[in-house]
Structures are given as structure tokens and as C-alpha cells.
Write a protein that binds this ligand. Structure first.
Ligand SMILES: NC(=O)c1ccc[n+]([C@@H]2O[C@H](COP(=O)([O-])OP(=O)(O)OC[C@H]3O[C@@H](n4cnc5c(N)ncnc54)[C@H](O)[C@@H]3O)[C@@H](O)[C@H]2O)c1
Length: 356
């Protein structure tokens, strides 16, 4: 897999401008949703100093738009505007836009070059990098997709100024996950963040470094890349439950609960210490106390986790040995999963006993 260049915005955007110079006689298409268009498009256009107006395609907001129907709409707009496979497609938005737009661009006329410009924290630290694209299908998350590498990623920390606090929390969940699997120092730094505080560009770069290092070792998720799924087996199942009930849940929020759920399994199965479990519960509860495990139906959860990754030994999880150290491919029996849900229901809002 070719390595993606990552440029950071700021006073000097010359690397981005130099790249765009290569497309001066080409059409430039920007995909965004309404909110991103209102909050980020002018700022981004000013940075890019476009010589001719780009073609802007706008779709609806939220994960329910990450569908084949939206992809069809985008393809029809590209055809209507006579966009060729040599033109440039820019995904300006969060992970929903980059998942959908990267897929759409990567198969349009057998593939056109695209760039990811993440405008949410979650997309900056996770979704924009790594080559995975996805559409939801049949009310199940991420069932259709491919690997497609952007020409580059452009990160402008300033975009975070207009992000809803809840979206900030969603990105923070992925940052906490990254720190838990690979960087104890970063975990300590994130533990100091107050509720609602915007993480620094330095900590965003730290998370990206972790993802880069793991993806380089295993671009197609045959082994090490599964580390990035810590917290996600639970999260994907929970998101699917919500999607099917018509009340979609934010990916990052599901990941936050998944981090606590899978940290408890780690404490049961991997020797992850009780003290560390308390640290995890504390950071998650500080930022996500508005969530809970109360109304989760275990049988449905299990069914959906099986959909994600099951073999004869049980469901496959990435677990923690300690903060900053993980192990992939742990097969966990159904009874442990059921006990874990009970534990989370009882202890997320309450006090974990420190010396248990
Ligand atoms: N491909 C991957 O590796 C990967 C990894 C993680 C998550 N994902 C996917 O990413 C998606 C979630 O991404 P997300 O959390 O960025 O959600 P999102 O793209 O839906 O954006 C969240 C909301 O924030 C708004 N928004 C975006 N940028 C803004 C800004 N700067 N100011 C104001 N509002 C802004 C959007 O309009 C939207 O309403 C999910 O579909 C998930 O499956 C993909």
C-alpha cells in the first residue's frame, strides 16, 4: 500500500498549494455535507486559492447517509458535470464523508484521485487515514467498501473550532483508544483534558503516528491492524442495534462504551490491572457520563458481534495487557461477554472498588 502524505495547515500551506497546482487545468470536485459546507468550505477555499470554482456536491448529514443511494447520487452528479478520471475529488468533512467519498471516487471510471480533508477530530485522528472506505448496507455498518488510498490528507486544526462538543467527544474516544493500545504517556496527557477541551495538534499527531505505524505493518488487517479494533467489536454491534431501531448512535460514543466494555474483558482475561481499569472508567465517565449500558439487549448484541468476527472458539477481540500494550486475536466465550455487560451496567455510573 502506498504511503499517504499528510500535510498540516497553518501559516504555510505551500505543500498543499503545490499539489493543487498539478490540477490547475482539471476539474475539482468537493464533497461535503450541509454543516461542513456552512462551516468549513469558505475557509478551505481561501486556503486553496482555487483559480476556478470547484464543483461542490452536498449530501445529507449523519451516518444514515453513508449508503449506496448517496453513492449513486454522487456518481450521477460527476457524470452530469462531465468529470473525468483525471480530475480531483476532495472529501471535505468527517468520517462519514471520507468513507463514502473515498469509495465513490475510487470506483468512478475505475478510480479518480482523491484527497481527504478531515474536519472532525475523529476523522483527523482516524477515519481519514488508512485506506478503508465504507458504506452501510441493510442497516448494518460498513458492509460495502474497499481499500483506497488518498493522494494526501490535509489537517487544519482550526476546523475544530466550529465542531459540536459531542463530535469532539467522538474523536476523543478514538484518541483514548490509540493511547491505550500504544502510548501510556499520551494516555496520561489525555487524562488531564477537561470535559469539552479541544486536544492539541501535538496529541492529534501522536495518534496519527500510532495509526501510521500499525497500518504500515499490516495495511490489509491480516494481523497487527486488528489492534486498532480495540473497543470496536462492542461498538460496531451497538451502533448496528441503534441503526436498526432507527435511532443511530455516534460511532465515537459507541467506541467510548466499547473501550470500557473491552477493558473489563482485558482485566478478566489478560491481567489488565484493576487500577488501570479504574483509570479507563474515570476518563470515559468524565467525558461520556451522558451514556449508559442500561437498555442494551445482550442477545442482540451477541448476534451482531458474531456478525463482526466469530470463529468456533468465540468472538475475536483485541485486548489490553496494560496501558500501552495490547494483544490481538483473543477468542472470548459468550458467558464472559454476558458477565461483562452486567458488570458495565452496574459499574459505569457507580464506584469501582479500588482494591478489588
Ligand atoms: N475508514 C475508517 O478507517 C474509519 C475509522 C473510524 C470511523 N469511520 C467512520 O467515520 C464515521 C464517523 O465520522 P465522524 O465522527 O467524523 O462523523 P460525521 O462525518 O458524520 O460528522 C459528524 C457531524 O459533524 C459535522 N461537522 C463535520 N465537521 C465539522 C466542523 N468542522 N464544524 C462543524 N460541524 C462539522 C458534520 O456535518 C456531521 O453532522 C462513521 O461512519 C464511521 O464508521 C471510518
Amino acid at each position: 500500500m502506498k504511503e499517504t502524505r499528510i500535510f498540516f495547515g497553518g501559516v504555510d500551506n505551500s505543500e498543499l498549494l503545490e499539489f493543487l497546482d498539478g490540477f490547475t487545468d482539471r476539474k475539482i470536485v468537493i464533497l461535503s455535507d450541509k454543516k461542513v459546507r456552512e462551516n468549513c468550505l469558505d475557509k478551505f477555499s481561501a486556503i486553496c486559492q482555487f483559480k476556478t470554482s470547484p464543483i461542490v456536491i452536498e449530501i445529507g448529514q449523519g451516518d444514515s447517509e453513508k449508503t449506496i443511494k448517496s453513492a449513486e447520487y454522487i456518481w450521477s452528479e460527476l457524470l452530469k458535470n462531465k468529470v473525468s478520471h483525471n480530475d480531483l475529488f476532495i472529501n471535505l468533512g468527517g468520517g462519514m464523508i471520507s468513507d463514502l467519498g473515498a469509495f465513490t471516487a475510487s470506483v468512478y471510471k475505475r478510480g479518480m484521485p482523491f484527497v481527504n480533508v478531515p474536519t472532525t477530530l475523529l476523522a483527523m485522528v482516524d477515519a481519514a487515514y488508512g485506506g478503508k472506505t465504507a458504506l452501510n448496507f441493510g442497516a448494518i455498518k460498513n458492509q460495502i467498501g474497499n481499500y483506497a488510498i488518498p493522494e494526501l490528507i490535509f489537517i487544519e486544526h482550526d476546523f475544530l473550532k466550529t465542531l459540536d462538543p459531542i463530535e469532539l467527544k467522538c474523536g476523543l474516544a478514538e484518541m483514548i483508544k490509540s493511547s491505550l493500545i500504544a502510548d501510556k504517556k499520551l494516555f496520561v496527557e489525555l487524562s488531564d483534558l477537561n470535559n469539552g477541551q479541544v486536544p492539541t495538534l501535538g496529541s492529534i499527531k501522536g495518534c496519527l503516528k500510532i495509526k501510521q505505524s500499525i497500518v504500515k505493518q499490516d495495511p490489509y488487517e491480516k494481523g497487527e491492524r486488528k489492534a486498532l479494533n480495540f473497543g470496536h467489536t462492542f461498538a460496531h454491534a451497538l451502533e448496528s442495534i441503534r441503526l436498526q431501531s432507527g435511532s443511530s448512535m455516534k460511532h465515537g460514543e459507541a467506541v467510548a462504551l466499547g473501550i470500557f466494555y473491552e477493558s473489563y474483558i482485558s482485566s478478566k482475561k489478560m491481567g489488565f490491572s484493576h487500577l488501570e481499569l479504574i483509570k479507563v472508567r474515570d476518563i470515559i465517565y468524565r467525558h461520556y457520563s451522558h451514556l449508559n449500558f442500561e437498555d442494551i439487549d445482550f442477545d442482540r448484541l451477541l448476534e451482531l458481534m458474531i456478525y463482526d468476527k466469530k470463529n468456533d472458539l468465540g468472538i475475536n477481540f483485541t485486548l489490553l495487557k496494560s496501558i500501552g500494550e495490547y494483544k490481538i486475536d483473543n477468542y472470548i466465550e459468550d458467558q464472559v461477554l454476558k458477565d461483562t455487560l452486567m458488570f458495565c451496567k452496574e459499574n459505569f455510573n457507580g464506584q469501582l472498588i479500588a482494591n478489588k
